[in-house]
Design a binder for this molecule. Structure first.
Ligand SMILES: *[C@@H]1O[C@H](CO)[C@@H](O)[C@H](O)[C@H]1NC(C)=O
Length: 347
């Protein structure tokens, strides 16, 4: 058996359905066809007919569908999918109704590069041996009902570039060795019940551009080394139990979208802004910050959206270009802030 190209390309748009990405060989193996039909028999899509092209013998060609309209698909992911030994990708996204667990046997599919099951009702746990998928580049399980911990074996997915597990019921800690995944550019874990501290190892992923850990139960401090990462643009840590002070390094870093709102962050806003500070969003609201808004903030090259409301800040709001466009809501509910756009400082 030589490795000829067999294409099982099942691309479905909008709502996609399933993208069994390119495999190898010339014709459809009867065993693959049987596995696909079994897989299909566990799914139910009554309105659009996305599976209409799944007929004939050649399951390598034309077994795909496009859904221009939004549809709903129910059913579950059959373990029959694991019989497709060349399978390199599966996409069943935004069908809203696919339930059941992810078959653990998918971790036996060595060619798998892409798993995208976003926007369904998938429950159960992430298979413990997910780390076996050495070629996996994208793991998107966001917007489902997955519970349990993020398996420690995830630290073996060294090809992973995109990890999106947002809005599930994941518990436990962020695996400490996640920093071994040097290809990662997006780590999106918001909207779970993750606890423990932010692993410092994350700050050693030099490609990381987007880290979103919002709305979890994360405790401990913000590692100052985030401020030294070269391409980190978005750091969203809002809605956690984070304490300690804001590292000054974050003020002049590559980060342009910083949300620390809704934590237990204390101390002062670092007087560490400079011309390299460029923020489209700087949200420090709902914390325990005290002291003044530092004068150096006026030297920032841009601050699009600033929110320091609901803290314990005091003193005169600095005047300068980054502040001209801001209104009072950015500064409300503090101990004794004053000056434009709030009231006069008096005296
Ligand atoms: C920052 O996070 C808070 C809490 O999750 C959210 O309400 C707020 O809209 C976010 N700020 C911005 C500017 O997106």
């Amino acid at each position: 058996m030589d490795a000829k190209k067999k294409a099982i390309t099942v691309v479905f748009c909008n709502a996609v359905v399933l993208l069994l990405a390119t495999v190898a060989a010339q014709a459809c193996l009867p065993s693959d066809r049987a596995a696909l039909l079994e897989f299909r028999s566990h799914l139910n899509e009554p309105y659009i007919g996305v599976f209409n092209s799944w007929k004939g013998q050649d399951c390598c060609h034309g077994w795909y569908g496009r859904a221009k309209r939004k549809g709903v698909m129910t059913g579950s992911i059959s373990p029959a999918i694991c019989k497709l030994t060349q399978l390199s990708g599966v996409t069943l996204s935004d069908w809203e109704g696919i339930s059941g667990a992810i078959p653990a046997c998918i971790t036996n599919l060595p060619a798998m590069r892409h798993v995208d099951l976003v926007g369904n009702k998938i429950s159960g746990v992430i298979p413990a041996n997910i780390g076996n998928l050495a070629k996996l580049t994208v793991l998107n399980l966001a917007d489902n009902q997955i519970s349990g911990a993020i398996p420690a074996s995830i630290a073996r997915l060294t090809s992973l570039t995109h990890l999106d597990l947002r809005n599930n019921g994941l518990t436990g800690v962020i695996p400490v060795y996640i920093g071994r995944l040097k290809m990662l550019s997006r780590v999106l874990l918001s909207g779970n019940k993750l606890s423990g501290q932010i692993p410092e190892s994350l700050t050693r992923i030099y490609r990381l551009a987007d880290l979103e850990l919002s709305m979890n139960r994360i405790t401990g401090p913000i590692p100052p080394s985030f401020g030294r990462m070269s391409v980190l643009a978005t750091l969203n840590l809002d809605g956690n139990l984070i304490s300690g002070e804001i590292p000054g390094s974050l003020m002049t870093s590559s980060i342009s979208n910083l949300n620390l709102s809704g934590n237990f962050i204390s101390g002062k806003i670092p007087n560490a802004f400079g011309p390299r500070s460029y923020f489209t969003v700087l949200d420090l609201s709902n914390n325990r910050l005290e002291g003044v808004i530092p004068e150096s903030i006026t030297t920032a090259s841009f601050i699009g959206h600033l929110d320091v409301s609901h803290n314990q800040l005091c003193g005169k709001i600095p005047a300068g270009s980054p502040f001209d466009h801001l209104d009072a809501t950015s500064f409300g509910y503090n101990r004794c802030l004053c000056g434009t756009p709030l009231g006069d400082c008096g005296k």
